[in-house]
Each structure stands twice: as structure tokens, then as C-alpha cells.
Design a protein around this ligand. Structure first.
Ligand code: AMP
Ligand code: ZN
Length: 470
């Protein structure tokens, strides 16, 4: 199965070819553990999961590495504001993150390296940059990367060299494109860092954010690997700086394919913690929504398109997933005998459409359309009485196969027992008793009363009855 991805580095759709045959190395910038992740962040992680699952579906042995940023400007700022030591402060949010990705059925990465466990590797990289004369120490003892020494600086975010202010320094982890400058690799210990510091050949201090990802990715995936991802806001400066550091150290191309997902928006504005316009996953669970519903909304829009988030989209997801569940239950109830050939064409078509869609730059919306088509056709065959149990089994197998990517259909989940209002159940019981006594007038009256309450009562042999919502 040939996969095509839109590579940010070349701004072109490219056929994926891995460094090692049959294996795919994937680095995904993980959470900065200073707060609960919001669902904008989860849009990025679910997109990365879709990529991971698609590579696995296509037969690659996937090695995904997702780092945990547990030391940077934001984690230090918030832990100090809370008066909690950095390690304890970030531990809370690391744990919350793992709970949340489980709720969203995100397939686990092979390794989740934490920045504070890799200071040694970062120092070693900075040392190479110092030895090569690419990094330098400023008056305040911090170490900076000289962008002038890396002629390809700006190749990912497409920054004009004319706009680069070589020799001007910036020490913040996050900064805008109009302040392109030499960036900090190692920040000398200062007042604002409190007791967060490590010894280094250049004095006490802590790493800059960008060097963390360079050091951790190369440790686990090697000097050149296949894919690196994140949200579009990570493209500059984070990923640009990661490339500059990594390629300056090794002299080799670092990453072959860069994939970036667009933002999750609220009222046409990026969902972000600093703007306060966010929902955490927990906020949505508190409102009664489920991880499956959130996941379905997040995968419903192609990752390179902006996704406007609303609660009504979650309501719609509930309805859609409910329809799928009823469909799976219906397929399981089909008992007619036969070889199942009546379903073969529908399954083949849906399967081909699904594979074409996901192989085309993770076209999840197209994959969804293939599922809808299969459900429509399955229902049509069942309506006409043409569907056999073997045919229904083929359809269900195809849905199970699709769920290797969707991860939220739950084809084999136990059907949720529907709850009916007590007075409706009481009327149904009375009606059943009336029928036993051949009191047809009373039985009809109760049937109408049940209907007026919004339910349908159906009879099965042996005096058994079943309620359905109208
Ligand atoms: P952070 O914890 O801020 O480093 O962000 C973690 C990931 O979430 C990064 O890949 C960001 O690019 C991504 N991200 C942040 N906000 C959004 C958003 N509104 N929509 C999509 N991705 C986002
Ligand atoms: Zn990163």
C-alpha cells in the first residue's frame, strides 16, 4: 500500500519511502506538562495517532517517540506560581495526559522520554555545536545558536534570510517570526528559574526548549529518521530551530517528512490556553460526552484544514455513533442462510475507497464517507431481505478493519441497554396482562397511550414485548 503525505519541507504531496524498509520512525512533539491539555492539543495528538495507525495499517513497524516537555519557561513559571517543586508539579499533568490519551484511544508511543531525564544528551549536543563554532556563550553565560552559521536556516517555515537578525539574541522559548534571531540552547541560571538548574561545562543553568526535542529524537530514532509532526504553530520557531541544531551537529539530513496539522478553532480563533477559549477533555467528559465522541469529531475533518469546534458537533457525533451501533446490532441479528455473495461488491467498494482515502495524505473525511456508504448498503440489503448472515459478517469484518484507523466505532461493544421511563414500562406490562386476558380494547388503549408518550411497543411470540423509541 503506497502512502502519500504532504511534506511541509517541500510544500508538496510526496510518496512515503522509509529509511529502513518496512519500518517507520515517527517523532511527535508531546505535551508541555504545565496544565491539562486542551482539545486543540488533542487535535494534534489524534492526527498523529491517525498517522501512526495508517503507517501500521500499511504494514510498517512503527516506532513512535513522543516527548514530555517537563522543563521550559512555562512549566517553571506555573510551578513557581503554584509553590510546588517542578518535578511534583509536572508529575500531576503527566499522569493526566496519559489518562486523557487512553480516553481518546490514542495508540501508545514506544517511548515517552521526559526532558529532565535527558539533560546529559542535550549538553553533549550543545558541546558539539560549541566545538564546531556554531554556538557561542553570551555575557550572561547562556549559550546561543548562531543562525548565521546554518545557511539553510528558515527552510521549513520559509523565512527569508533578509529578515534574519543574526547576532541578535532571543532567550524566550516561544517567539514570533518577526523576531528571528540567535536562540538559546542553554539558559544560564537566573532568579526566575528558582531552584531549577543543572551543572554544565558553561555553568549552572537549564536547556532551551528546542534542544530537548533534537536530543531525545536522535537518541531513540537515530540521526536521520522518517517523520516529524506537530501543530502548525510548532513549525516556527520550534521545528525550524530543531532542524538547525540537529543538522549542524550531524551534518546530515535529519527528518525526511514533516507533517503539520491545522488548528482547532473556536469562533474563528485558535483554541489556546493563553486566550482562555479552551475546553480540556475533562471539561467535555464532565458535560457527559465521551472520548469516542470527541475522537470522532477530531478525525472528521482533514488534518490540514481548520476545524471549528462546537458542542453541537459532539451532539451530532453522538447521534452518528449511535446509528453505527444500531447498525452493528442489526447486522448481528441477521440469520438468513447463504454464502454472503450479496454483500461482496459493497464490501469491496467500501474497502477500496477507504484505503484510497487514508493513503491520500490521511484523508479521514474520505474514509468516513466509505463507512457511511457501507452502512447505507448494508441497511438496504437488510431492508430488501437479501442479506444473509454470512453477508452481514463480511460487512461487520470490514467495519472492524476500518476501526483499526478510526478507533472509535466499537463494533463489538455490548449494546447499551436502553432506558425507558418507568411509567411507559408500567403501561407496557399492563398491556401485556390485558392481552393475556384477551381484553383487546384495553390493550389498544394502552398501545396508543404508549405511542403518545413517544414509544412503540412490539410483540414477539410467547407474550414477550419490546419497547422502541419513536
Ligand atoms: P504544547 O503543549 O503547547 O507544546 O502543544 C502541544 C501540541 O498541540 C503541539 O503540537 C501544538 O502545535 C498543538 N496545538 C496547540 N494548540 C492547538 C490548536 N488549537 N489546534 C491544533 N493543535 C494545537
Ligand atoms: Zn518538539
Amino acid at each position: 500500500m503506497e502512502l502519500k503525505f504532504y511534506n511541509t519541507l517541500t510544500r508538496a504531496l510526496e510518496t512515503f519511502k522509509s529509511v529502513k524498509e518496512g519500518e517507520a520512525g515517527l517523532y511527535t512533539c508531546g505535551p508541555t506538562v504545565y496544565n491539562f491539555a486542551h482539545i486543540g492539543n488533542f487535535r494534534a495528538y489524534v492526527f498523529e495517532d491517525l498517522l501512526h495507525r495508517t503507517l501500521a495499517y500499511a504494514g510498517y513497524k512503527v516506532k513512535q517517540v513522543m516527548n514530555l516537555t517537563d522543563v521550559d519557561d512555562k512549566t517553571i513559571r506555573n510551578s513557581r506560581a503554584a509553590g510546588v517543586p517542578l518535578r511534583d508539579f509536572t508529575a500531576t499533568y503527566k499522569q493526566a495526559f496519559f489518562e486523557d490519551i487512553k480516553t481518546l484511544n490514542i495508540s501508545p508511543a514506544a517511548v515517552y522520554p521526559a526532558a529532565t531525564d535527558h539533560i546529559k544528551e542535550m549538553i553533549a549536543m550543545i558541546q558539539v555545536l560549541m566545538d564546531k563554532g556554531i554556538a557561542y556563550q553570551s555575557e550572561d553565560k547562556s549559550i546561543y545558536f548562531s543562525i548565521e552559521k546554518f545557511p539553510e536556516y528558515g527552510k521549513l517555515a520559509h523565512i527569508d534570510r533578509d529578515n534574519q537578525r543574526a547576532g541578535v539574541r532571543i532567550d524566550a522559548d516561544e517567539y514570533a517570526k518577526d523576531s528571528v534571531a540567535d536562540f538559546a540552547l542553554w539558559k544560564a541560571r537566573d532568579e526566575a528559574d528558582g531552584d531549577v538548574w543543572w551543572p554544565s561545562p558553561w555553568g549552572e543553568g537549564r536547556p532551551g526548549w528546542h534542544i530537548e526535542c533534537s536530543a531525545m529524537s536522535m537518541k531513540y530514532l537515530g540521526e536521520t529518521f522518517d517523520l516529524h509532526t506537530g501543530g502548525v504553530d510548532n513549525m516556527f520557531p520550534h521545528h525550524e530551530d530543531e532542524i538547525a541544531q540537529s543538522e549542524s551537529v550531524t551534518g546530515k539530513k535529519w527528518v525526511n517528512y514533516w507533517l503539520h496539522c491545522e488548528h482547532l478553532m473556536v469562533d474563528n480563533t485558535k483554541m489556546s490556553k493563553s486566550l482562555g477559549n479552551f475546553y480540556t477533555l475533562r471539561d467535555l467528559l464532565d458535560k457527559g460526552y465521551t472520548g469516542r465522541e470527541v475522537r470522532w469529531v477530531l478525525i472528521g475533518t482533514h488534518y490540514r484544514k481548520k476545524l471549528n469546534f462546537s458542542l453541537s458537533a459532539l451532539d451530532q457525533a453522538r447521534e452518528t455513533l449511535g446509528k453505527f451501533s444500531s447498525f452493528f446490532a442489526r447486522m448481528k441479528e441477521i440469520t438468513a442462510a447463504g454464502d454472503g455473495s450479496e454483500a461482496a461488491a459493497a464490501v469491496e467498494q467500501a474497502s477500496a475507497a477507504f484505503r484510497t482515502a487514508i493513503a491520500d495524505d490521511l484523508n479521514s473525511a474520505g474514509a468516513t464517507a466509505a463507512l457511511f456508504a457501507l452502512v447505507r448498503e448494508g441497511n438496504r440489503l437488510a431492508d430488501t431481505g437479501a442479506l444473509t448472515s454470512a453477508g452481514a459478517a463480511k460487512i461487520l469484518d470490514c467495519c472492524r478493519d476500518f476501526d483499526r484507523i478510526f478507533g472509535c466505532l466499537d463494533v463489538d461493544a455490548a449494546p447499551v441497554a436502553e432506558e425507558f421511563p418507568a411509567e411507559v414500562v408500567a403501561m407496557a406490562e399492563e398491556r401485556s396482562a390485558a392481552r393475556k386476558n384477551k381484553n383487546w380494547a384495553e390493550s389498544d388503549r394502552l398501545r396508543d397511550a404508549i405511542k403518545a408518550a413517544g414509544y412503540l411497543v412490539e410483540d414477539a411470540p410467547g407474550g414477550v414485548w419490546k419497547l422502541k423509541k419513536l
